[in-house]
Ligand binder design. Structure first.
Ligand code: GAP
Length: 513
């Protein structure tokens, strides 16, 4: 199946099975805003748990907070977001559509890369087993030609972005003959900067309302609580503060479902360190975070680092962890060495000293920071895209199955009475009443057992249990495993032991090195 088709199927599957709905659906939705349904919220909570526990439970020097979304407006002046949190935008005069100039150029770079991959795929088909891919990539004139075009464009684009040269960005779009996908024309306006923060007002106008912002990142809530946490928790450097919460950005190119949203959730951790040690800590957190992702078992080949060439205004090193989505490798998490930029700025703007007295060095300094920042929604998207599979069964039927890591699955166990009578529903409910304290169970008695299995496969339930007449006699049930579809007869008293450990977040954490 083509990757675009997989993505379309995932999007409609998410709606059909209660994972993700368009926001305000009965009013035809609201652009780039989504709601999580009954299964989506469970899976999202599991992802958050996995992250939170790996940070806060597994590190005795990391603690959590939950700061407010509304913050003093000067914070955003201090952080640089009022002046520098911009996207370069360009309009097409014919379609009246607005685009991010950087995204148009990045898509053009991706087109050259696709052409190279197509050439390689064609050659692979032509030469079969004897194909030496590395040699072909080195020697093919066609590949060399496309690679040269790609590299030249990439270099020009990087320079323009680093200098934020808006005229040059426009010139690149014209020189590359990039057309508007709607009108098909090259009738482009100038490129302008557009600030991504949402504004609102606090207080009534009579009292003198002040403009405040919906936070575009959760990190600033951590920075402005640094002193509170350090003092009340008697924290010693190095230490970290973790937070999960909503963030808001007025994204202009909001596409690809929950990949780029206007309201989304972040899981961020700021790790406060001694100046001069930042590159060692950056390297450590880079490795730690990649291990956290790969621990889900999706295959190392589906991840890569992308080191930033253009650094954000606060960073002296930065990398992204990218995951192979159906629409290509995309950023899921950023790891940034933010220097002491944020704390120094808040010292300056608030007039309060944010120094740390280091008892070992007998000196005070403004701590440096390594940040790990991951989007919950992007993580959710990567998990569901990777897990979605359509399988051809021996009887000719197709089964749609979400091969979710069991610890992330919304429902862990479905309990199904074979029929709705003879005391089987009561027996099934007894099992649930016992196990529901340990993990999420679902009772299902409607339709044939085959249909019920399909429904549970479609939401990724790792275990199903069928209660039949024999269960009433000998207290045994049939347990069916999602991935292999194998079935086993077991005693009801064994269920907890078989299931609990495999579906727990603890099982994932224990696998982390
Ligand atoms: N505090 C640093 C920061 O916010 P970022 O790279 O802008 O850095 C971090 O964002 C992560 O937040 C991204 O890697 C991504 O997973 C998520 N994210 C950012 N913008 C998003 C959006 N519009 N929709 C969904 N997730 C987004």
């Amino acid at each position: 199946m083509a990757q675009e088709d997989v993505f379309k199927k995932v999007v409609s599957h998410c709606k059909e099975y209660g994972f993700v709905f368009p926001s305000s659906d009965i009013y035809d939705g609201l652009g780039a805003v989504y709601d999580y349904g009954q299964n989506g919220v469970e899976m999202k909570n599991n992802i958050k748990q996995y992250w939170w526990q790996s940070m806060v439970l597994m590190h005795e020097n990391i603690v959590g907070i939950d700061s407010a979304i509304f913050m003093h407006p000067t914070i955003w002046k201090a952080s640089g977001h009022v002046d520098a949190f911009n996207d370069p935008l360009i309009d097409n005069r014919d379609s009246k559509k607005r685009y991010r100039a950087d995204v148009l150029i990045e898509e053009q770079i991706a087109k050259y890369e696709e052409k190279i991959e197509k050439e390689v795929a064609k050659a692979r088909k032509r030469f079969g087993e004897a194909f030496d891919e590395a040699k072909y990539r080195e020697t093919s004139p066609k590949v060399a030609e496309e690679q040269a075009k790609r590299d030249a464009l990439h270099e020009r684009y990087s320079k323009a972005m680093n200098a934020m040269d808006l005229d040059e960005l426009r010139q690149i779009i014209l020189d590359e003959q990039i057309v508007c996908p709607i009108s098909g024309t090259r009738n482009w306006t100038e490129v302008r900067q557009f600030n991504l923060m949402f504004k609102t007002e606090m207080g009534s106008t009579a009292d003198g309302a002040s403009t405040i912002y919906l936070r575009p990142e959760t990190a600033q809530g951590i920075f402005v609580n640094y002193l509170n946490v350090q003092k009340t928790g008697r924290m010693k450097i190095p230490f970290g503060i973790a937070q999960i919460g909503k963030a808001f950005r007025n994204e202009i190119v909001a596409r690809q479902f929950i990949f780029r949203m206007r309201e989304f959730e972040q899981m961020e951790m700021q790790f406060f360190i001694k100046p001069g040690t930042e590159l060692d800590w950056f390297d450590k957190w880079r490795k730690t975070r990649m291990a956290w992702h790969q621990n889900l078992g999706f295959g190392a080949e589906n991840y890569r680092f992308h080191d930033h060439e253009k650094l954000a205004h606060y960073a002296n090193a930065a990398t992204d962890i990218e995951f192979k989505m159906p629409f290509g490798f995309k950023e899921v998490e950023g790891i940034h060495s933010r220097t002491n930029f944020d704390l120094s700025q808040h010292e300056k703007f608030s007039g309060k000293s944010i120094k740390y007295f280091d008892p070992e060095l007998n000196e005070s300094y403004t701590p440096y920071v390594i940040e790990t920042s991951i989007g919950v929604d992007r993580m959710f998207l990567s998990v569901i895209c990777h897990s979605y599979q359509e399988e051809q069964l021996e009887n000719g039927e197709t089964r749609v199955v979400l091969r979710l890591p069991a610890a992330l699955a919304p429902v862990k166990l479905a309990v199904m009475p074979l029929t709705k009578k003879d005391g089987l529903p009561e027996k099934a409910r007894e099992i649930i009443d016992d196990l529901k304290f340990h993990f999420n169970c679902q009772y299902d008695e409607k339709d044939s057992i085959g249909k019920r299995y399909r429904r549970q496969d479609a939401i990724g339930t790792p275990y199903c249990v069928t209660v039949d007449h024999q269960s009433l006699e000998d207290n045994t049930v049939t347990i069916r495993f999602r991935d292999t579809m194998e079935q086993e007869r077991v005693n009801i008293n064994e269920l907890l032991g078989i299931i609990e450990d495999k579906v727990s977040i603890t099982s994932l954490l224990k696998k982390l090195k």
